[in-house]
Design a protein around this ligand. Structure first.
Ligand SMILES: [Zn+2]
Length: 329
């Protein structure tokens, strides 16, 4: 479970990180400026600002399918009602991170901190020369015209969270109605849920008219082992439903032993082996609300453990995301 860290603690950790990589040093300045505005004072720590260069060299066109951009808040203020307040992690820091670890494409997932305001990801996609796509936040008040504009702006789907800390499950009738409205856009739904919920959700998921992506390996608890019922449900669903995709992300959320998160590897490996054409890799940078803050270089170095052969790694890093997120080659 995410550890709650008070603001002073968060800021102390942030300043501890500042001795690192100069390419990211400016993030500290933006964080300090942001901290002066009480409205946006961070309630969680930011990422490790000194990602080490990974040993593993990812293929060209490797895609980080799950990452976020926060701020600058002066330009992209967080929603008035939000479950947490992250330190700014703006586009220049996002680009520096990807350059450092060898990522050329990204899918920016709009965080719950932005409510239904998708400008921060739309602007980044517009400036990316086709290198970024996005997953937005939508609700029933949006018109079909507004949804079409999001699709034209590079979004391939929308996200629903079922996590109590982020506001709990969506209104499922509204969910069903929205799914029908996004289907003609060629979108999928991105689902942030715990695999234990699958017991109840599987019939609904199998009946969906669109593909669905389950984030962060269904947030299984690595200490409960590969035979835990939620993980078995997830594997079975992935094996039999061609609409089901799983993000091989968030080992720091699955791990109970901490860095370098090797206790999460068997879960990733099993998912990849079960459906090598429907798994996606990502960093989840800047790692909001994690129990252990990872170094993104370490995360990249887990990839060869998830997918030991080169063909499968290419599917995971390049070909699967290109297909689901409609990158133009
Ligand atoms: Zn995330």
């Amino acid at each position: 479970m995410a550890r709650l860290i008070d603001r002073r603690d968060a800021l102390a950790r942030l300043s501890h990180f500042t001795g690192g990589l100069s390419a990211l040093a400016f993030t500290n300045q933006t964080i300090r400026a942001q901290a002066q505005s009480p409205e946006f004072a961070p309630t969680i720590p930011g990422p490790d600002p000194a990602p080490r260069a990974p040993t593993f060299r990812a293929s060209p066109l490797t895609c980080d399918t799950h990452c976020h951009i926060f701020g600058p808040v002066a330009q992209y203020p967080y929603a008035a009602t939000r479950p947490y307040t992250p330190p700014e992690a703006p586009l220049p820091a996002f680009k520096a991170l990807h350059a450092r670890i060898g990522v050329e494409r990204a899918v920016i997932v709009n965080a719950t901190t932005y409510g239904r305001d998708n400008r921060v990801i739309l602007d980044a996609i517009a400036q990316s020369n086709g290198r970024y796509r996005g997953i937005g936040n939508v609700d029933e008040r949006m018109t079909d015209r507004e949804l079409e504009a999001l699709a034209a702006g590079g979004l391939d789907g929308c996200r629903f969270t079922f996590i109590s800390r982020l506001g709990g499950r969506p209104d499922m009738d509204a969910f069903d109605r929205l799914v029908l409205r996004i289907a003609p856009l060629g979108w999928h739904v991105d689902l942030y849920l715990e695999a234990a919920l699958l017991d109840e959700l599987v019939p609904r998921l199998e009946a969906l008219p669109v593909p669905y992506v389950i984030d962060h390996m269904g947030l299984v608890d690595a200490s409960a082992g590969l035979e835990q019922p939620g993980f078995k449900k997830l594997l079975a669903l992935l094996a039999r439903d061609e609409k089901c995709w799983v993000k091989i992300t968030g080992p720091e959320r699955v791990s109970r032993t901490g860095p370098p998160f090797h206790d999460a590897v068997p879960f990733a490996r099993k998912l990849v082996a079960t459906a090598p054409r429907r798994v996606l890799w990502g960093t989840d940078w800047p790692h909001p609300n994690v129990p252990f803050m990872p170094n993104d270089g370490d995360l990249m170095d887990l990839v060869p453990m998830y997918a030991p052969d080169e063909h499968t790694r290419r599917l995971l890093l390049v070909e699967n995301p290109a297909r689901l997120f409609r990158f133009r080659s």
